[in-house]
Design a protein around this ligand. Structure first.
Ligand code: NAP
Length: 265
């Protein structure tokens, strides 16, 4: 019987590509996001803002009505913000944590019951290399992705007795609409920061637009779904694997120097 996969953030980018890819591979895919995909799609779809618990409960109840269990949950919905910490508002910060962290928590919380009923459920959380190597002028994004890795690690241990495995994927730069959808700061230069904010944002946008195609992530996800044992985390992209390894072994001060040279000047 085909496995059932729920994926958030399925209206575009990595989520959409993965939903279409898994549906074509014979999975029964249920996608959700706040908007319908702009492109044609073949998978099942629900509108849901994952930051609103009433909407999450409604969609999960609908899924429960139609399915006895689900096999895989892919928490892919996410957003970016950029800018200097000094110029950021608490509203912006709450918003990114709402989507990237609390939203993932809400969807996960309300689907664990269905995952427990599967014979070996899997949760794949979409983190980022930016959660392992903290990037200035998108510090809050990095914070949310570091939080997702922490969330996954705790959840992994809590759900182990229920035969539910949890992992985080850490994609490097991927060419999607993420760059365009990122919330831009009001202040991009001033007498204190001069061009540093603008330069940093331009560098991250360029990296993303020269990044890997979304299908690369979809293929890794398929591979993880097929695997018997999930790793704690999986970095995507050769050079990013190297970066993450170096971040683990280099002295923090040296890493900070390198990141400052790349994104801080
Ligand atoms: N692109 C990269 O370089 C990169 C690298 C590492 C990790 N990632 C991560 O990959 C994931 C997907 O990003 P992407 O690159 O595919 O960008 P994207 O095309 O902008 O996709 C973001 C998705 O999240 C959904 N979303 C945002 N807010 C939501 C909410 N409140 N409720 C439900 N869905 C919501 C969006 O749909 P709606 O607007 O329709 O709700 C959209 O489907 C994100 O978690 C991102 O952090 C991306």
């Amino acid at each position: 019987m085909s496995k059932t996969v729920v994926i958030s953030g399925a209206s575009s980018g990595i989520g959409f590509t993965t939903a279409e890819f898994l549906q074509a591979k014979g999975f029964n895919v249920i996608g959700l996001s706040r908007n319908y995909p702009k492109k044609e799609y073949k998978f099942n779809y629900f509108l849901c803002d994952i930051t609103k618990e009433d909407q999450v409960i409604k969609v999960c109840d609908e899924i429960k009505k139609n399915y006895d269990y689900i096999d895989v949950l892919i928490n892919c919905a996410g957003m970016g913000v950029s800018g200097a910490i000094e110029h950021s508002s608490i509203t912006e910060v709450r918003k990114i944590f709402d989507v990237n962290v609390y939203g993932q928590f809400l969807l996960t919380k309300h689907l664990i019951e269905l995952l427990r009923k599967s014979n070996g459920g899997k949760i794949i959380n979409v983190g980022s290399v930016a959660g392992e190597i903290i990037i200035p002028f998108q510090t809050f994004y990095s914070m949310t992705k570091a939080a997702i890795s922490a969330f996954s690690e705790g959840l992994r241990i809590e759900l182990k007795p229920f035969n539910i495995q949890v992992t985080t994927i850490l994609p490097g730069d991927i060419k999607t609409g993420f760059t365009e959808n990122r919330e831009m700061p009001i202040v991009v230069e001033d007498k204190h920061y001069k061009h540093r904010i603008k330069n940093s944002i331009a560098k991250m946008a360029k990296d993303e637009q020269q990044g890997m195609p979304a299908i690369k992530v979809s293929k890794v996800i398929l591979n993880l779904i097929k695997r018997k044992h999930l790793p704690v985390a999986k970095t995507i992209g050769f050079k990013y694997k190297l970066f993450v390894l170096l971040a683990k072994i280099l002295p923090k001060s040296l890493l900070s120097f390198v990141v400052r040279k790349m994104y801080g000047e």
